[in-house]
Design a protein around this ligand. Sequence first.
Ligand SMILES: [Zn+2]
Length: 195
Amino acid sequence: MSSLKTITQQRCSRCGTAYEATAWRLVDGVSDPALKDAVKNGALFVRECPSCGHRELLSYPMIYKDERLLCCLSDRRLDVEGLDGVQGRIVPDAGSLIEKVKIFDAGLDDVPMEFCKFVTRQELGKDVELKFLRLDGADHDIVFTYPEKGEMQMLAVGFNVYEDCCAIVGRNPSITAGLQGLVKVDREWVEQFLG
Ligand SMILES: [Zn+2]
């Protein structure tokens, strides 16, 4: 499988200028590691207006695939077959796709990660949208970002919190039993097990 792209029409949200931009429909992270990096750092979703220079992060339909993950960025329900050996996910926006690729690329799993985010929100005592950024340092601290008062905040959590969440998932087969096809593994999904 190789990556596929098309040209799309964009309209600048600031000045209204119409321009053409590349939109990737399929990114194969195995055969195109440079494209995988461009997903992880968001470059594939950044649009820059040629007239006024305004930059924005744009979500568009895309399928991302590598050794561990097949992730569809789509606002529709989709079904896929042949997901042997990879986790199938569906996400609503570019930011969520970027996070999934980062999680799996770090050798982690998004199911315990969503539990880890739940626990971290509880500890923090704030209702914020945490996103996994990276593992940090020799102890592999989990680094999250979240927006607050218009700025991006960073927060590090001990790796043991993530390991505890892996143990919870391991003890509860009902959690992973529903992971068939393309699943939206997010905050809502994890909260159904914590009611
Ligand atoms: Zn513009």
